[in-house]
Ligand binder design. Structure first.
Ligand SMILES: Nc1ncnc2c1ncn2[C@@H]1O[C@H](COP(=O)(O)OP(=O)(O)OP(=O)(O)O)[C@@H](O)[C@H]1O
Length: 454
């Protein structure tokens, strides 16, 4: 007697897999795709001929099927980021005669409406989590401590030691450094390490507050001080920070009129709210930051020298990123982890040429720029490893071949391979489009893809 499954095995397989609403993929022990149903092909905008035989990571973003096909450890309900959305993936190893020979994968919530709903739900939850985390951190106004300052270059170690020394006590500190070097991070750390850490840390962005509002923002106002003043008045940043620290960011942009008032607070330890008849005693520590040369501003009479001497008791210079390239690797990894945790996309490392590229780039925007570059690369990459092609054009070394070693032929081949890979990426895998971008015929492109094993 034959069982039904023996007679119609193929038909049953076909019916189940091809008519399913779910995406199915099967890989062999090497991670090469041996089967993919139409639903999955449609979703990935590919077809069976293209997909079958390729390594799964070339076809599916963030896939771990090849790992499961090796480890034999199933992964159920894993969150996977594919084509801009969070999907639920199951990966089950296939065994034959006790050996792991491959894996079967399914992706749930393919149905557009269903997964859109689930996806927006997950995004909402991630945002909510982020909100609570930052609320918790913000309770005392400080979000960072010295532990959050990544870097172990000699310059960074020296800097951290200096910060440890100046933090206790009340001396004013002037942080100098280019934009994005981490001045705010250091200001937080100084507060955190001081006796004032249990008291508020209040940041004033001197460049962002319009001149006519600066005084009321800094020193507050009494009810009825001017038309439009709030009932009950408003406390200024200095009153809010009483007992704690005021961080005057971008102090070089502070208007002269406000500089006089700040000087008075520093000299006399008292503030006068707008419309008030009396002054109020205030005890704050000042940390100021600038990326401009205050000396030059003094020469141009845009900054008061008496205020400069007050805030410049201890000066801390934060070196630009290009002067401490030893920190690049660890910083990049740290930022990558932060970005992937936030976005839910699985990207685990950088290709070596990416790090080499980082080493030679000048980083005018310093760590903030590094953060932006990594964030955009994480969104653009189709694999778990960030490649040079995932970087913004201006970061990529355009004279790449000049830095390569090897014979002329090897260098030319390598450059040709990289150019083809980039064009394919730009054309989203569309070979006709890529051939057009490269100004060559489709069959020539196919030959080269084959030659270089792309
Ligand atoms: N050593 C570091 N380790 C980890 N993150 C850092 C480090 N330095 C800077 N960052 C990050 O880089 C970004 C920019 O830092 P921050 O805002 O402190 O720079 P800044 O010098 O105050 O910039 P600006 O002058 O433009 O205000 C922040 O997101 C910060 O967390």
């Amino acid at each position: 007697m034959h069982y039904l499954k023996d007679i119609y095995k193929e038909e049953i397989f076909e019916t189940v897999f091809e008519n399913a609403y779910h995406c199915f993929v099967v890989v062999d022990g090497e991670g090469l795709i041996t089967y993919m149903n139409n639903t999955y092909c449609d979703f990935l905008e590919t077809n069976k001929q293209e997909a079958i035989g390729k390594h799964v990571t070339e076809v599916i973003e963030n896939s771990r099927m090849h790992i499961v096909a090796k480890s034999g450890v199933e992964e159920i309900a894993d969150l996977q980021y594919i084509r801009g959305n969070h999907m639920i993936a199951n990966r089950i190893p296939v065994r034959s005669e006790g050996k792991v020979v491959g894996a079967v994968g399914t992706v749930l919530f393919r149905d557009t409406k269903e997964w859109k709903k689930m996806n927006s739900h997950i995004k909402d939850l991630l945002l909510e989590l982020e909100h609570y985390r930052s609320q918790l951190n913000n309770q005392h106004g400080t979000t960072y401590s010295l532990h959050d300052i990544v870097g172990s270059s000699p310059q960074m170690n020296e800097l951290k030691n200096k910060i440890k020394k100046v933090s206790p006590g009340d001396v004013s500190v002037l942080l100098r450094g280019e934009s994005g070097t981490g001045k705010e991070l250091f200001a937080h750390s100084i507060h955190h390490l001081s006796e004032r850490s249990g008291k508020p840390f209040i940041k004033v962005n001197c460049a962002a507050i319009p001149e006519h509002l600066l005084e009321s923002e800094l020193f507050g106002y009494k009810e009825g001080a001017f038309t439009g003043a709030k009932k009950g008045g408003k406390l200024g940043k200095f009153q809010l920070a009483n007992g704690g620290t005021v961080f005057l960011d971008e102090i070089g942009d502070m208007p002269l009129s406000a500089q006089v008032k700040i000087l008075r607070v520093l000299q006399e330890g008292e503030v006068e709210a707008l419309g008030a008849n009396d002054t109020q005693k205030i005890d704050v520590r000042i940390i100021a930051a600038t990326n401009q040369s205050l000396e030059k501003l003094i020469e141009e009479q845009r900054f008061r020298d008496d205020l400069f001497y007050r805030i410049n008791v201890v000066q801390v210079r934060i070196p630009p990123l290009r002067e401490r390239t030893e920190d690049l690797r660890v910083l990049s990894k740290y930022i990558l982890t932060k970005v992937t945790e936030r976005s839910g996309k699985r990207v685990i490392d950088f290709d070596q040429p990416v790090l080499e590229c980082f080493m030679t780039y000048q980083w005018p925007g310093n760590i903030r720029e590094l953060e932006n570059v990594i964030e955009s690369a994480v969104h653009l990459t189709n694999t778990e490893i960030i490649k040079v092609e995932d970087l913004p054009d201006h970061i990529q070394p355009n004279s790449n071949f000049l830095q390569q070693n090897g014979t002329l032929k090897e260098i030319l081949n390598n450059t040709e391979k990289q150019t083809i890979e980039r064009s394919l990426k730009k054309a989203n895998g569309d070979k006709l489009k890529a051939a057009k971008l490269l100004g060559i015929g489709k069959s020539k492109l196919y030959d080269k893809i084959k030659k270089y094993g792309i």
